[in-house]
Design a protein around this ligand. Structure first.
Ligand SMILES: Cc1ncc(COP(=O)(O)O)c(C=O)c1O
Length: 372
């Protein structure tokens, strides 16, 4: 369908990376990392250069999110997927309630469901719809996903939970750009390869005193088997000393620190506003085209980090994206594979330039008009 399509030069974005994670890492961070030469990479994570790096990450996040002083910032290996299990095994007392709306929120629910000694319950909506977590008695953990990356649905409201209940939020693709008041959340966690422009493999868990106490209490219990790699007591203790639990990827910490510094230069409100401006551009564009429509119908749930846009069935989006990938013009905007829709899924993370998103919309228009 697009065999002979030629993209006009002026519509080609300055950076081809529009994927939803791993996301665009600024080339200048990579240059800066290379310039550290022999002083960082290949040194011990128990020594001051790396401990200082961890400290800068923790303090930078504290400033950025305005994290209350008595909250802990715990770092470890394994990313959000590991935390799904680590939370189920080590922070849920008896029962978790999951508000699910797509692949990742369901994955978390399914991870808890496999643990024989806790009860996991799901409150779900169809894909493309949003659902806000609600305080529901009878559960000691309420689980929500700040941004469901598979469908482009974000939370629009957080509940207030009681003193017996932990509100846990998987913030992997929303952290830093989707508004979220951490004072309301007990366990806010993410992997840093999205808005925070780092590599995968690391987890960040920001814990209220209530969540920390629960994790430490369960860790001290005899008889509950938790694999050593998911030992909360050790992870918390090491993080208190500005260290990750076990050996981290140093480059990941370096890139994360760079991005935190960049985002702190403007502050969280400005980053959120930047995301809103990009979202307005993309959704208005999609609404104004007869061959496009936003997948998420209810505007309050439309994400300001990941836009999902349905495309007229007559357009072979996969053929177009394969061509662009071959030409190194645009990467990573195919829809989430398991949704199986003729769809673009476009990241609007902070590092993606507004002007590039504008170019991308014009490029898509141009390509589609040649075939319709
Ligand atoms: C919302 C959400 N949760 C969890 C994950 C899993 O993260 P990781 O692959 O770093 O374990 C992802 C990955 O894209 C995600 O988008």
């Amino acid at each position: 369908m697009f065999e002979n399509y030629q993209a006009p030069k002026e519509l080609i974005p300055s950076d081809p990376r529009f994927g939803c994670g791993p996301s665009l890492i600024p080339v200048e961070y990579l240059t800066k990392l290379a310039a550290t030469g022999v002083h960082l990479m290949g040194t011990s994570h128990r020594k001051s250069p790396i401990k200082n790096l961890v400290k800068e990450v923790q303090e930078g996040l504290r400033t950025y999110f305005d994290v209350p002083k008595d909250y802990s910032i715990v770092l470890g290996n394994g990313g959000a997927t590991l935390l799904f299990d680590m939370i189920g095994l080590g922070v849920v007392e008896k029962s978790s309630l999951h508000f699910t709306c797509g692949e990742f929120s369901e994955k978390w629910y399914k991870a808890h469901k496999l643990i024989p000694w806790i009860k996991a319950t799901q409150n779900c909506v169809a894909t493309g719809e949003g659902i806000n977590p609600e305080m529901t008695s009878g559960h000691d953990m309420i689980c929500g996903t700040l941004n469901e990356t598979s469908t482009g649905v974000m939370l629009s409201k957080l509940p207030t939970v009681n003193s017996e209940t932990i509100l846990a939020i998987d913030a992997t693709s929303g952290a830093g750009q989707v508004p979220c008041d951490l004072k309301k959340v007990d366990l806010f966690f993410f992997s840093p390869q999205k808005v925070f422009a780092s590599e995968g493999g690391l987890f960040v868990a920001i814990m209220s005193p209530k969540a920390r106490a629960r994790a430490l209490k369960i860790a001290a219990e005899k008889g509950r088997y938790v694999p050593e790699i998911m030992n909360w007591a050790q992870a918390i203790d090491n993080s208190d000393k500005n260290q990750t639990y076990n050996t981290p990827a140093i480059a990941t910490l370096f890139l994360l620190r760079e991005q935190i510094v960049r985002m702190n230069q403007v502050g969280r409100k400005a980053v959120e506003a930047d995301g809103n401006k990009k979202a307005e551009l993309i959704y208005k564009w999609a609404e104004a085209r007869p061959y496009l429509s936003p997948y998420v119908k209810d505007a309050q749930f439309r994400s300001n980090v990941v836009a999902t846009i349905d495309v007229d069935a007559k357009v072979d989006t996969l053929a177009l994206l394969a061509l662009w990938e071959k030409q190194k013009i645009v990467y990573g905007i195919d829809g989430y594979r398991k949704l199986d829709r003729n769809q673009f899924r476009i990241s609007m993370f902070y590092n993606i330039r507004f002007e590039d998103l504008e170019r991308l919309t014009k490029l898509i228009d141009h390509a589609i008009k040649t075939v319709l």
